[in-house]
Design a protein around this ligand. Structure first.
Ligand SMILES: O=C(O)c1ccccc1N[C@@H]1O[C@H](COP(=O)(O)O)[C@@H](O)[C@H]1O
Length: 212
C-alpha cells in the first residue's frame, strides 16, 4: 500500500522517538491530557520534538484545552499540527486555527451513520479530520481506548479535507482497514503498546510495514 502516512501517537521517551523514526512514520503525536497514561510534560515534549528529524510532523493532542493551556504548549514545543480530541465546537476549531496559525486536525468519534454528518461540518473549518471510534459512555479517555468502529460506514464516502483513520488499529488489522476504507493516513496509539502508555518498537515497525 504505497503512500499511506502513519501517525504514531503517545510518545513519551527518546526510545519511542527513535523507534518512530526507524519505523518510518510520518507523524509523531504528543498527548497533553492528564488522565491519559500517555500524558507528558511540556519539558518532555519539548525534548522529544527537538529530537525529531525534519519531515516528521510533530502533533500535539489536546482535549478541550483553553487558550492558556494551548499557549503554554505552543510556547514550549515546536509543533507542526494541533489535534483537537475533545468536544470543541466548529467555532472553537476555527478560533484555534486562527489564533495559532498551525494546521488543525479535529477528531470525530463515530459509532454509526448518524455521526458522519459531523465529519462534513468539521471539514469546513479544520485542515484535517481524524475519524476515530466513539468512546464508551463514561470513559475516562475520549480516544486511545483501542476500540474500533464499523469501517464499512466509510466505504465510498468523500470529504473536503484530508482525513486520517484511527481507533483500535493494530499491526494485524491495519491493512484490512486501509483496503476497506481507502484511508491514505492512519493513526495508532494503544495498538503499538505492550501496556497502556508503553510503546513497543517492534509493534511500531510491524504496524508501519503493514500500513505502507
Ligand atoms: O492516546 C491517548 O491517550 C488519547 C487520549 C485522549 C484522546 C485521544 C487519545 N488518543 C487518540 O485516540 C485515537 C485512537 O487511539 P487507539 O489507537 O485506539 O488507542 C488516536 O487518534 C490517538 O491519537
Amino acid at each position: 500500500m504505497a503512500d499511506v502516512r502513519v501517525k504514531i501517537c503517545g510518545l513519551r521517551s527518546a526510545a519511542d522517538m527513535a523507534a518512530v523514526v526507524a519505523a518510518g512514520a510520518g507523524y509523531a503525536g504528543f498527548v497533553f491530557f492528564p488522565k491519559s497514561p500517555r500524558n507528558l510534560t511540556l519539558e518532555q515534549a519539548r525534548l522529544l520534538a527537538f529530537a525529531a528529524p525534519p519531515g516528521l510532523a510533530k502533533v500535539a493532542l489536546t482535549v478541550g484545552a483553553d487558550d492558556a493551556t494551548l499557549d503554554a504548549i505552543i510556547d514550549a514545543v515546536p509543533l507542526d499540527m494541533l489535534q483537537l480530541h475533545g468536544q470543541e465546537t466548529p467555532e472553537r476549531v476555527a478560533e484555534i486555527r486562527e489564533r495559532y496559525g498551525l494546521p488543525v486536525m479535529k477528531a470525530i468519534g463515530v459509532a454509526d451513520e448518524g455521526d458522519l454528518a459531523m465529519l462534513t461540518e468539521y471539514s469546513l473549518v479544520a485542515d484535517q479530520i481524524l475519524i476515530d471510534a466513539k468512546p464508551p459512555k463514561g470513559a475516562d479517555l475520549p480516544g486511545g481506548n483501542g476500540l474500533s468502529f464499523d469501517w464499512r460506514l466509510l466505504v465510498g464516502r468523500k470529504w473536503l479535507r484530508p482525513w486520517m483513520l484511527a481507533g483500535g488499529l493494530t499491526p494485524e488489522n491495519v491493512a484490512e482497514a486501509i483496503r476497506l476504507t481507502g484511508a491514505r493516513q492512519v493513526d495508532v496509539s494503544s495498538g503499538v503498546e505492550s501496556a497502556p502508555g508503553l510503546k513497543d518498537a517492534a509493534k511500531m515497525e510491524k504496524f508501519v510495514r503493514a500500513a505502507t
